[in-house]
Design a binder for this molecule. Sequence first.
Ligand code: PLP
Ligand code: COI
Length: 344
Amino acid sequence: MSEIQKVDLNWSKLSFTYIRTDKRFLAHWKNGYWEKGTLTEDNKLHIDEGACALHYGQQCFEGLKAFTTKDGRVVLFRPLENAKRMQRSANALLMVAVPDDMFLEACEQVVRANLKWIPPYGHGASFYLRPFLIGVGENLGVRPAPEYLFSVFGSPVGPYFKGGLQPVKFSVSEYDRAAPNGTGSVKVGGNYAASLHAHDQAVKAGYADCIYLDPSTHKNIEEVGAANFFGITKDNVFVTPKSNSILPSITKYSLMHIAEHYLKMKVEERDVPVDKIDQFVEAGACGTAAVITPIGGIFHNGKLHTFYGDGKEVGPVSRKLYDTLTGMQTGVVEAPKGWIHEVK
Ligand code: PLP
Ligand code: COI
């Protein structure tokens, strides 16, 4: 796969923006069955005007990445975890779920059909896959859709937050992205629509994004924009929030494993009170798109709290976590069994 003629892109300068690639996967569920699905060059969808996805937000999505390894293979990172999470999202909105093998096959097909768009090894870029499932079919009332569309497209991407592994500042939002017993733990579009205003406010005030507190008490840190939070204490403990209104991040659970088994750290998943952030010497945002983005500072209640190196440097633990995770994804660090899925 390494000998493929790549498109002419400045791989190391990519940001997290849509680039139209050659082919995407599309399959329709109707009358009780998933059709086999096809690859198409058309990047527009033709759907019913009454589609439940359009009116009642009956849709969910995923995000995962394909990487070129040092020895030229193309691999997916823990794709079955995304398949499972999409099934949980689908179930939460009474949608017809996509089976594991169909999810995986669709991702593989999109990778194989777009090999020339997959960033080569060594540029810090990857190929972001966006599987999504939407409720379609003729409909008017509020009810689950009569038909579903499952699609996967991909785009070469660089860092989500400017600069990649560089500390950025976040501000704590007064808004909630999800309700205490709502849809925060599944990946549905409504959560993201609800986050746009808070995100906009944070960016206009000069921050990279906002941090959400728990929607019940507004005391504990939950999410960092579209990523999970972690902090490293003075005693070298990896701490990350536990709550049923945050998205169970595949990156976060991978980092917990890396911290415990590779870096021999203690790991805690628990409440993270925002008024006790001075317990952390380092903090970070983690996710597929964000990878690990060091948090330089958090603005809350009129004060900026800074982390490692006055908020200007990458802490040593964050760097080790980043190197180990990205090393696994690019085949230079041995990953736990089952984490790396080669697309052949
Ligand atoms: N939290 C939110 C709200 C997200 O959108 C994402 C991105 O998927 C994450 C966390 C990180 O999850 P993952 O590591 O599975 O990409
Ligand atoms: C991801 O990290 O995959 C995300 O979904 C984040 C975002 C672009 C919504």
